[in-house]
Design a protein around this ligand. Structure first.
Ligand SMILES: Cc1cc2nc3c(=O)[nH]c(=O)nc-3n(C[C@H](O)[C@H](O)[C@H](O)COP(=O)(O)O)c2cc1C
Length: 176
């Protein structure tokens, strides 16, 4: 598929079949993270790959919005280093996108578990600590997201989009 075809067809998958992801596919998905760009090439993001069932079940409880992790066959935890780059959040985020698109291209579904957020420092701390302690993630790393992976057990319904002219402007904001 072309990159644009992958982008157009990619969806979030929240239910997975009980089939291990072959190492070769998982390796390609990890490559997508490894080669993702970062601001000033300051490589402020790191990745922790998990396949152990007990750890996946622990990750499922990171937030109330990751129930799909109970059927995921693997997870990739994306961490960021504010000490390395002021763009750590963008660096981690674009790596998430690269992972997601590569997985979709390979027929592997992804559930996105947001962990860090900027609205409530205490809630973010609790969520991050849940992941950090289980996986020995150092205190200076921020836990941005946990992506759950597996072969899809669902075909998501069409989603609602804003009209293009409410989202894309040409020449200035609000100009269509
Ligand atoms: C920044 C961000 C945070 C998200 N957090 C969660 C989450 O915590 N739990 C979840 O199930 N999905 C999460 N999602 C997935 C979105 O809900 C999903 O991508 C959105 O509904 C659009 O659906 P689609 O991915 O099928 O296009 C997140 C996605 C993004 C980009």
């Amino acid at each position: 598929m072309s990159v644009l075809d992958v982008i157009r067809s990619r969806r979030e998958i929240t239910s997975f079949i009980n089939k291990k992801i072959p190492n070769e596919l998982l390796g390609e998905i990890v490559d997508a993270a490894y080669y993702a760009p970062s601001g000033n090439n300051l490589l402020s993001r790191e990745f922790v790959v998990i396949e152990d069932r007990e750890k996946l079940d622990h990750l499922e409880k990171t937030t109330p919005f990751m129930k799909w992790m109970s059927s995921a066959q693997a997870a990739i935890v994306i961490t960021g280093r504010p000490d390395v780059s002021k763009y750590w959040l963008q660096d981690a985020s674009i790596a998430c996108a690269f992972i997601w698109l590569t997985a979709a291209d390979l027929g592997v579904g992804v559930g996105f578990g947001a962990v860090y957020h900027s609205e409530d420092a205490e809630e973010s701390r609790v969520r991050e600590t849940h992941v950090r302690e289980a996986l020995n993630i150092p205190a200076d790393r921020r836990v941005v997201a946990v992506l759950g992976l597996g072969f899809p057990a669902e075909n998501p319904k069409e989603k609602k989009m804003l009209d293009r002219d409410e989202t894309v402007f040409y020449g200035g904001f609000g100009e269509v």
